[in-house]
Design a protein around this ligand. Structure first.
Ligand SMILES: [Zn+2]
Length: 267
């Protein structure tokens, strides 16, 4: 039960078999199997980090073909560590897939009722996946410390409710992200959590002004407080900074590539 490795024809990725059985294809990529060179080696899927666009587009093709999708059938947004939610329609098909200019602007959460695939990018930030079976909606949200502290989960659930979905029916998944083991933060970050949360159990004080931050836990707490049953939440529990063999990590490496989260309804 939960997250599993899937060894595809050319690439391995993480997925949740129970979601596939419900007709939802979900994946989180690794850094391996692509054509990007250092410091992006190998399967960098993001255009905004300084890698050669040709290599990124080739990598996207490799990853999407493992998932039975193509760039023409996928959509991506411009991630800005905000909390805006966008409902993708058929008209948005292929936006942001060949160039950043036509990506959904300034948008860290994408939802759709269509069979368009959604793609977003990560190197430590939390990938959140959503499926609401009663309205056949799927979604992704990108939650770094800012998106987490400013409650992007609340915005996603508000949008789902506004189009008739019930939080108690929803499934949510938390992909690999930086763990509390590797994520030390200071007062600037902590003050935003103090402002927006009553329960601060995602923070552990190490010394004066120094804390460990558990981003996955902070998002899990929000998913539960928004009404998603704990048994419907699938947490990968993997730290991107601890596992350089699988994952890029911005905190560990600075300039580096990005993994991708993917979700699509199967028709
Ligand atoms: Zn770690």
């Amino acid at each position: 039960m939960g997250w599993k490795w899937n060894r595809g024809k050319r690439l391995s990725y993480l997925t949740i078999p129970e979601w596939s059985e419900k007709g939802v294809k979900l994946a989180f990529s690794t850094r391996n199997g692509g054509v990007s060179k250092n410091p992006y080696s190998f399967l960098n899927l993001a255009l905004h980090v300084g890698d050669r666009p040709g290599a990124v587009l080739h990598n996207r093709k490799l990853f999407l073909s493992e998932l039975g999708c193509s760039s023409e059938n996928c959509v991506t947004g411009e991630q800005v560590h905000g909390t805006k939610v966008f409902l993708v329609t058929e008209r948005d098909r292929s936006r942001g897939m060949q160039r950043m200019e036509d990506a959904i602007p300034q948008c860290d959460a994408l939802l759709t009722l269509t069979d368009v695939g959604l793609l977003s990018y990560y190197a430590d930030c939390v990938p959140l996946f959503f499926y609401c079976p009663s309205i056949r909606l799927v979604g992704l949200a990108h939650a770094g410390w800012q998106g987490t502290a400013n409650r992007i989960v609340k915005e996603v659930l508000a949008k789902i409710k506004s189009i008739g979905g019930l939080p108690e029916d929803c499934l949510a998944a938390i992909g690999p992200c930086i763990g509390a083991c590797c994520y030390e933060v200071g007062e600037t970050v902590v003050s935003v959590f103090k402002e927006n949360f009553n329960d601060l159990s995602m923070l552990t004080e190490l010394a004066e002004g120094k804390y460990k931050l558990d981003l996955a836990k902070a998002n899990q707490m929000q998913l539960i407080s928004e009404g998603i049953p704990p048994k419907n939440i699938y947490n990968a529990g993997m730290c991107t900074a601890c596992h350089s063999e699988h994952f890029y990590s911005y905190r560990r490496d600075g300039i580096t590539g990005r993994m991708a989260a993917f979700i699509m309804k199967e028709t």
